[in-house]
Ligand binder design. Sequence first.
Ligand code: B16
Ligand code: MG
Length: 223
Amino acid sequence: MNKKGFIFDLDGVIVDTAKYHFLAWKKLANDLGIDFTEHQNEQLKGVSRVKSLEKILDWGGVSVSEEEFLQLMDKKNRDYLSYIDTMTEDEILVDVPKVLNLLKSGDQGIALGSASKNARTILKKVHLFETFHTIVDGTNVTKAKPDPEVFLIAAKQLDLEPEHCIVFEDSIAGIQAANAANMISIGIGEESVLSEADFVFKDFSEISESFVAQLINKQHSTI
Ligand code: B16
Ligand code: MG
């Protein structure tokens, strides 16, 4: 039987937490007298919390001490956690359960590969925690995407070779990380943004059962 590893990013793939990151970063930035737009928020997708704050301070031309930096990160996260506290399974993105169920019934490896340190909390909120055989998140990695570390750890934990893994990602850095890991990269979002991906779909409603079967059965080089 063919067994592949399917590795899912969290924000922008399984749920849309970008809107909550936006609200929390905007409040923090505005309190510091810095403007923060949705366009800037786009540039923080898939980017770690530390790097996100560095960018915001840089955009605003604001410098803070190391201690203040840590306090600001903590403040943002507390705000963010208050938003995700009310999340339910209704916030799972369209047809994600359909694909997860296909993989489960096909006995495939299912992993999470996210930059978020809150990934486990969010998966529990939307009742998907038990669906994943392994979860690799911001608490488990030392190098952020586009470094392939997060996906390579996931493959290892699934006990599968990287070339037998498929990554679903919404960020450019995440697609680059999947490509660097020698995995099949599937972009979820705009073709124009995710052009480095092996395949791009607007969302999971465009992913058919036969495409999933093809991913499971074909060799890397022949897809
Ligand atoms: P946290 P992903 C990423 O999640 C988000 O896209 C990014 O905006 C966020 O800064 C990062 O997680 C860290 O999140 O503050 O919760 O640790 O797309 O890799 O699932
Ligand atoms: Mg993402």
